[in-house]
Design a protein around this ligand. Structure first.
Ligand code: IMP
Length: 426
């Protein structure tokens, strides 16, 4: 059995797309299990750059089965856009499968996301993610399989929901509502396009695992954006942690053999919320500029700071992490000294565990250790032993603190800028 869940260990944007792409070469099946088009993966192959939001980056390999599972909220228009853009670049998309059970992100979800975010100030991606998940839980969502039901049944359902949403949009926000017939027509046109891709994806994944295929579950966002285990309310509305893969893909926990946590060599976050190691100074600007830390989905500048191992140890715990991949180590080239946060100081006490309460986290001051930096350009290095001694010490320190072995180290955005310490898929 070889099913690996890949998750983000921080606040998202850890470089999961690159690691997924790297592993997808050996994987038989890559599965997205949560989130939606709020995610953004940039993959660089040769001199080409691919930006994907919903379709797993495994699509770039012709023999990899790519699945968007039931836990993903699907903006069908965006999937079509991505399919069209991949096809235009000569990529074979016939290996994509989309869950019939997946909830649809409707146009009113995006509108409400925009309107509600003005009040809540979470700084969402405005992709309709929260409202789509809320409707799913409220049992007033539209699933992809609903769109294949008898026309009169679907029309009645959509009409009722749109009328209800219009009461919110027009009544509370005094904005223009939606014509349910236009919403319906759009959804029907989109589902018609996507028909060849629709499937019972839980069954496909189960069969793949049973047959001993190599399955990779590709988490989106990161541990600290998890609705339960993240920095609530500054989180997304799904479960990016490894446990989310079970519910979001329709598999049992006994099917998972490894959990690979992806961690950036420093820390970033987008949107609002506490961030203890944030650098609001030239050093933060330098990290942003060197690491090209601007959102793939929204283009927003990311907040940047030192590596926080309180977070990494927490991510190790809540994900049951067995392996780690460190990304963007090359961004730290040329720093005289590097800082690693090993604990938080809170009201005169040292905290080693990530606090449960946002109120406490907001008052935490990082306790740092300092490590000597390296001056060499490491972006061309292929073997661990060729890294400068200080870079190896930095990696060893992270391993020592987290207790998780590192299997991959990324030193650049391209596929071949990856140092392999141990194989995930043999
Ligand atoms: P939502 O997922 O659009 O509802 O946004 C909720 C929070 O999660 C916001 O702070 C977003 O910036 C953040 N977020 C959502 N998706 C990502 C991602 O892929 N990377 C980093 N942050 C994200």
């Amino acid at each position: 059995m070889s099913a690996t869940v890949l998750i983000g260990s921080q606040w998202g944007d850890e470089g999961k797309g690159k690691i997924t792409d790297f592993l997808a070469e050996k994987a038989d099946c890559v599965v997205r299990y949560q989130g939606g088009s709020n995610a953004g993966h940039t993959v660089e192959v040769a001199h080409e750059q691919f930006k994907l939001h919903l379709i797993p980056s495994g699509i770039l390999y012709p023999n990899t089965l790519c699945i968007i599972a039931n836990g993903v909220v699907v903006d069908m228009g965006k999937v079509i856009e991505e399919l069209e853009s991949l096809k235009a670049r000569g990529i074979d998309t016939s290996n994509l499968r989309l869950s019939l059970k997946a909830p649809v992100v409707m146009p009113y979800h995006k509108k409400i996301d925009e309107l509600e975010d003005q009040a809540s100030l979470i700084g969402t991606t405005k992709r309709g993610i929260g409202p789509a998940y809320a409707d799913k839980i409220n049992r007033i969502g539209v699933r992809i399989c609903d769109c294949l039901e008898e026309a009169s049944w679907l029309e009645k359902k959509v009409k009722k929901i749109v009328e209800y949403k219009n009461r919110i949009i027009e009544g509370i926000y005094q904005e223009e509502g939606f014509d349910y017939r236009l919403v319906l027509d759009q959804v029907l046109e989109q589902v018609n396009y996507l028909k060849p891709y629709l499937a019972d994806t839980s069954f496909l994944i189960y069969e793949a695992i049973k047959q001993g295929k190599k399955v990779l579950f590709e988490g989106a966002q990161g541990t600290l954006l998890d609705i339960d285990h993240g920095t609530y309310p500054y989180v997304t509305s799904s479960h990016p942690i490894s446990g989310g893969a079970c519910v979001g893909a329709g598999i049992g926990p006994t099917q998972i053999s490894r959990v690979l946590g992806v961690a950036k060599a420093y820390t970033t976050r987008v949107g609002e919320g506490p961030f203890p190691t944030e650098l609001n100074d030239e050093m933060g600007d330098l990290l942003r500029q060197r690491g090209a830390e601007f959102g793939t989905t929204t283009g927003r500048p990311r907040r940047c700071g030192w590596l926080d191992t309180v977070i990494l140890r927490y991510a190790t715990r809540v994900n049951g992490m067995t392996d780690m991949a460190i990304t963007k180590l090359d961004v730290l080239d040329g720093f005289e000294t590097l800082k690693i946060c090993v604990a938080y100081r809170y009201q005169g006490r040292l905290l080693y565990e990530f606090p449960e309460s946002l109120g406490v986290l907001e008052q935490c001051v990082p306790e740092y250790i300092e490590m000597p930096g390296w001056q060499e350009d490491i972006s061309g290095i292929k073997r661990l032993k060729d890294l400068p001694a200080n870079a190896r010490s930095y990696l060893r320190k992270i391993e020592e603190i987290t207790g998780v072995k590192q299997c991959l180290v990324a030193v650049g955005a391209k596929r071949d800028q990856t140092i392999v310490k141990c194989e995930i898929f043999d």
